[in-house]
Design a protein around this ligand. Sequence first.
Ligand SMILES: O=P([O-])(O)O[C@H]1O[C@H](COP(=O)(O)O)[C@@H](O)[C@H](O)[C@H]1O
Ligand SMILES: [Mg+2]
Length: 569
Amino acid sequence: MNALDRAKVWLGEAYDEETRNEVQNLIDNDPKLLEESFYKDLEFGTGGMRGIMGTGTNRLNKYTLGAATQGLANYLKEFHGDKELKMVIAHDVRHNSRKFMQIVADVLTANGIKVFIFDNFRPTPELSFAVRHLGCDAGIVLTASHNPPEYNGYKVYWNDGAQIVPPHDKAIIERVGAVKVEDIKFNGNPELLETLDNHVDDVFLKNCVKYGARKQKDGYKSLKIVFTPIHGTSIVSIPEALDRAGFEHVYLVEEQIKPSGDFPTVKSPNPEEPEALSMALDLAKTVEADIVIGTDPDGDRLGIAVRDLDGNLVLLNGNQTNVILTDFLLNELETKNEFQGNEFIGSTIVTSDIFLDLAKHYDIECKLGLTGFKWIGKMIREAEGKQKFVCGGEESFGFMVDDFLRDKDSVTSTLLACHIAAKAKSEGSSIYKKLIEAFIKTKCYQEDLISIVKPGISGAEEIKQMMKDWRSNPPKSFDGSPVVVLNDYKTQESKNLKTGEITPIDITASNVLIFYTEDGSKIAARPSGTEPKIKFYFSVHTELDHVDDYPATLEKLKAKIERLKAELS
Ligand SMILES: O=P([O-])(O)O[C@H]1O[C@H](COP(=O)(O)O)[C@@H](O)[C@H](O)[C@H]1O
Ligand SMILES: [Mg+2]
């Protein structure tokens, strides 16, 4: 069916009058928007289902959410048989998030599922925690994370608190595809709906403090912290968590603490974008802060700025933040002689390879998954009872500590970063020096990322074509160094270009290409699974012996990355 035929279905009696009028209006007046809104169904990507709010099969609205939820309910019933099912739903600060949450809750209770909701927005990691804490069979967050204001979305969690992966995701998508609008039960059963009191908030925060802060509060009283939730959900958790942990000097970016789906003070509410933290950096200069932290709207990512060797505030990228946190946790286990010998950390294929080196340094395992925290969740589940998960992270500003929840968690990560900063400061060192010390233990890595935005149908086609071109005519060298290994995660093959040897890659197939050059550079290309973007990741490294050598080494690595980037454009 073409877009027009698909749209005509939405003129049927089963759709409400407002929707029918909008569809008619699209048919009569806006063929381009009609095409974009109806040419396909919304898909589940890296972080659940995400889309622009509006009318259509490729938009987020009552009917696409209704179908997704009916499909999920059908699958849960099929999977669990007669069991009484329980779910918990959270939402972020976006426009319509609470309204959508209510629609989703109604569909679930109408299907006989007991549903817990919160009285207001909460950060995504709290939902992951709540699924486990309340013994739910599944969970949902209505959020589009850091996407622009016109987006919303739907993250789905399984009973372990991790986002769904195969086989459940495929099975749910199949069930969703089979749902007809008449099948969606929109009339909720209020008897099955329960609004949670603040007990879950309290236990969640207790756990964050337990895993993020330490009893020994070296320097907690003197550390100056600037925090911004960038108009998002973490305002209800992070200031309280910092307070409970014993930090006394926390400065909030007043202009950004008001929750708002417009994210009015930033171009993009994504801590990956330097601009998102610029107000926080200004405040940090005024109050002479040691550390600056900002989170994305659903409170799972965090961006950090710290003082460099000259005392200037610098933004850390996601890899650097994770190196500091990971090295601290592993070093702590080593110092306290607490390694059992079965520990592992989790990372992803587009994240820095330094995590493999760090794991080697501490003689533990580093497991790699595809992009997306759900894959880290999966490795924890599969290792349960056999191995101990210490922490996991990915380059896109996500980190989690221990396994008390199963998604990236900016709350615990904030506490841990502040603990490390406070402790280092009290010892006359700095959190920045801790990063450099980790580089000295392993190698000095530097990473960067280019995201090229290509919206709409034509953008998606262009991205497809770019990946095709890279496959049919792969670059032979980067910055004068020949490509020696080419990993194609779509065909699940790693090819050694020198020997021609091909080894299978034991990771779920995905449209990702990674090139390794003879001089150790790593270049990865993949379409984003959450936004209309193609992403190119660059990683370079070299040896580092002394802290004082870092600035010069960093300059060299940055220059190399610039040359690699230039070759792409
Ligand atoms: O958006 P969030 O904060 O939920 O984060 C989501 O998207 C990120 C980027 O994915 P992609 O490169 O496919 O856009 C993933 O790394 C992350 O695990 C996922 O939860
Ligand atoms: Mg997020």
